[in-house]
Unconditional design. Structure first.
Length: 358
């Protein structure tokens, strides 16, 4: 199967800065692929390189097996939805959607039929004559998507299109986007710094930092089995307990830590004597009477946050380590703030990763 998008040692430099640094990646046909990372990590530059607005310094971009180096934006089988949407506010919805079709010389009757079909697809039937500035934020998002789909791209590129929406609308729109992608079967390449969006919407996620891909995996694997300390810290909340590796046996690593010896699953590149960090998600850290096989950590409860179904406990511990534990709100009432609290976890729930040199 030919990949929808292939990046082969792609590098983009601005002066001495490598905005995209030797990235190789295959994106599958019909996949919802998300590039996730903090501001300045290179994800927007990479997306603009796919669209043809930025030329690579080195490496290759291919779409559907065809080399795109030297091919302009208007000749690529892609469409890009900008963060700002870039709709024409004084034009009607129908005229916005038909804009690319008109530029390509499609006749009026065919354009009209295509626009009506797209209005149905985005659940805005009969709204073609509305002006864009009369629409809600969510409706404008859908018009931008329809305009991009009108030209029937092989790959749809989305540059943080939901970032300006409020939380409720953002959650609603990400579900709509995912459903739309599945209905059309078009390959989506989506970029965001929002971890919730990436995990909820994607078939696979690529986490970027400093221009490089740290990990590419399905959302569940990104969350449960991060490949690097950066991914573990960036994706979701986590407890990070530093230490020195004193033993590795049977896929488990033992660390000497401020809490004594703690055990977790062994990540890659670990060796006895090296510095590493034990990562543990808050929902995997528990309270109450521990089983005999549990690993124990103790701290002083600083505060609690009630969040409806869950309550989060924040504690301070040895050497300035902060501990975060998430429990069901119907569970036992936590002790008063300022008192000692004992947490426990199962070794299989923790992951030990080698720290990378600064």
């Amino acid at each position: 199967m030919v990949a929808a998008v292939t990046l082969d040692s792609l590098t983009v430099r601005f002066g001495r800065v490598a905005a995209v640094d030797d990235v190789s990646l295959d994106i599958r046909p019909g996949e919802f692929f998300t590039l996730l990372g903090p501001s300045g990590c290179g994800k927007t530059t990479l997306l603009r390189c796919l669209a043809g607005f930025v030329q690579p310094t080195a490496g290759r971009v291919a779409i559907g097996g065809r080399d795109m180096n030297g091919v302009g934006p208007n000749q690529r089988p892609t469409a890009l939805i900008f963060q700002s949407l870039a709709l024409f506010p004084l034009m009607s919805v129908a005229d916005n959607i038909a804009f690319g079709l008109e530029v390509r010389g499609m006749d009026r009757a065919t354009r009209h039929a295509r626009v009506e079909a797209l209005l149905d697809l985005i659940a805005l039937p009969g709204m073609g004559q509305r002006r864009v500035d009369e629409l809600s934020g969510g409706q404008r998002q859908r018009v931008a998507i329809a305009r991009a789909l009108a030209v029937e791209p092989a790959v749809l590129l989305l540059d943080e299109p939901l970032s300006a929406l409020d939380l409720k609308l953002r959650q609603h729109m990400r579900a709509e986007l995912r459903a739309l992608q599945q209905r059309t079967g078009i390959t989506f390449v989506y970029i965001t710094h929002d971890q919730g969006e990436a995990l909820a919407m994607s078939d696979r996620v690529g986490v970027m930092a400093n221009g490089r891909l740290e990990q590419v995996a399905e959302p569940g694997d990104i969350y449960a089995s991060p490949a690097t300390p950066f991914v573990a810290r960036f994706v979701g909340e986590t407890n990070a307990i530093p230490g020195r590796v004193v033993a590795i046996d049977g896929g488990q690593a033992v660390l000497e830590t401020p809490f004594g010896r703690l055990t977790g699953r062994s990540g890659a590149d670990l060796a006895v004597g090296t510095m590493a960090t034990l990562f543990l998600r808050p929902e995997r850290l528990r309270t109450g009477p521990p089983p005999w096989s549990a690993q124990l950590v103790r701290g002083t409860l600083e505060r609690t946050e009630f969040e409806g179904a869950a309550t989060t406990l924040f504690a301070s511990a040895a050497d300035g380590i902060r501990l975060v534990c998430q429990v069901a709100s119907h569970a036992a009432v936590p002790p008063a703030t300022g008192t000692e609290i004992t947490f426990f976890y199962a070794p299989s729930d923790a992951l030990v990763l080698a720290e990378q040199p600064a």
